[in-house]
Design a protein around this ligand. Structure first.
Ligand code: AMP
Length: 403
């Protein structure tokens, strides 16, 4: 059975109203009374698809969510700053609708001229978006003739705009961003060049455990940093003090360690830590000599010995996938481990892929983007895809060819 997805270049766009589901859920910063886009990567990544539809004579209708407004209009989550940014980079007016559905956007969709761009206000201002309600799907369907799926970071959600709408719009395809994500991520699942090193950090063991389990038959080394590491160290009997660590996560870590040992996979865990007395305490910071952490302290970054050890592990790798920061990198005193590791990966000869907003942000902040082969725009979606889970927004596009 062969599975493929319809491509953008296979569709006819001339004079059509084209709904492009984009992921404009980008970080904003407050400037005076207004908000501005602070990291435009996801908007920039959507431009090739938008430009292509314009060039092909389509009328572009963009739909996205932003933040978690919980089904209510909320000016804090308006797409207004995104519309301004987009208008600047496209060099044309982008009309932001007051509401994403209803008479006004429907009327406007019929008045649009070829090449016009309309940005719908936050889809999550309506509860029907996350509930995937047929009524809300029908209201979105009134706006378009063609559907393009380009919000890779949201494909793991069965929402109205990601799953319900493409079900009812028969002329549909994935956009260039989704196509690119699959092009880079699929080989990781299927046939990564070995030795393959998986580097995981961040805080949520439960979110990442599935990926670790799935990759056990394919990896040669696993490196664990960030808060996740304490569950693994606790599972091995080390003292982790007040570090973030829950019994359930320790059990999951134990399972992974057992699976890795059975397969002779090298597992690299922190050998020293940057610690403090409390979360947010940037005054009483020190570096431990060894692996154990005193009862009154908690680990907030990996230490220099650990960085060296990760560097040594990276030397032989031919493929590296990195997800999750090595410490609380939002706080400069606990950011060194993450940035050092980003640099070490950048210098390695391996094929280098990254998933997850935090690791991607660290790479961008360090100016190392060009050294990486691919930086995924997805966090949860990337992990679920790699884990082999069905992504509802992708499943709905599937073309299944029987042998
Ligand atoms: P995740 O979403 O699971 O990738 O987790 C990312 C978050 O993990 C970031 O906000 C980091 O600040 C946090 N983090 C990383 N290391 C630690 C740590 N040692 N203790 C607490 N939080 C951490």
């Amino acid at each position: 059975m062969k599975i493929s997805y319809p491509k953008l270049t296979e569709l006819e766009f001339r004079n059509k109203r084209v709904f492009i589901r984009v992921d404009f859920n980008v970080p904003l910063k407050q400037v005076g009374a207004n908000y501005e886009v602070s990291d435009p990567r996801r908007i920039e990544e959507a431009l090739p698809t938008i430009r292509y539809v314009i060039e092909q004579g389509g009328k572009v209708i963009l739909g996205s969510h932003l933040g978690r407004p919980k089904g209510q209009p909320n000016p804090k989550y308006s797409l207004e700053p995104i519309g301004s940014y987009l208008s600047g980079v496209l060099g044309k007016d982008v009309l932001l609708t007051e509401d994403c559905v209803g008479d006004a956007p429907r009327g406007l969709s019929h008045q649009m001229r070829v090449g016009d761009v309309m940005l719908l206000e936050n889809l999550r201002f309506h509860p029907g978006e996350e509930e995937n309600s047929p009524e809300f799907v029908a209201r979105l369907a009134e706006l378009c003739d063609v559907y393009v799926s380009d919000a890779f970071g949201t494909l793991h959600r069965a929402h109205a705009s990601t799953e319900g709408l493409p079900k009812v719009i028969k002329q549909r395809a994935m956009g260039f961003l989704v196509e690119k994500e699959l092009k880079f991520l699929a080989p990781l699942k299927e046939n990564p060049k070995r030795p393959f090193l998986l580097l995981m950090g961040g805080a949520k063991v439960s979110d990442k455990i599935g990926v670790l389990e799935c990759f056990l038959p394919k990896v040669d080394s696993i490196v664990i940093g960030g808060a996740m590491a304490y569950s693994f160290l606790a599972a091995k009997g080390f003292k982790v003090g007040k570090s973030l660590c829950e019994e359930r996560q320790v059990q999951l870590a134990r399972k992974i360690l057992k699976g890795a040992a059975a397969r002779n996979i090298r597992v690299v865990l922190p050998e020293d830590h940057v610690v403090s007395l409390a979360f947010g305490d940037t005054q009483n910071v020190s570096i431990t000599q060894g692996i154990d952490i005193a009862d009154d302290k908690l680990g907030l970054d990996i230490g220099p010995k650990t960085v060296d050890k990760i560097g040594a592990a990276l030397e032989t790798a031919e493929t590296v996938f990195w997800n999750g920061p090595m410490g609380v990198f939002e706080e400069p005193v606990f950011a060194k481990g993450t940035f050092e590791v980003a640099k070490l990966i950048a210098q390695s000869k391996a094929v280098k892929l990254v998933g997850g907003g935090d690791s991607a942000a660290a790479i961008v902040q360090a100016g190392l983007e060009s050294s990486f082969d691919f930086i995924s725009t997805g966090g949860g979606a990337t992990l679920e895809y790699l884990e082999g889970k069905n992504l509802p927004g992708l499943k709905v596009l599937e073309i299944v060819q029987k042998p």
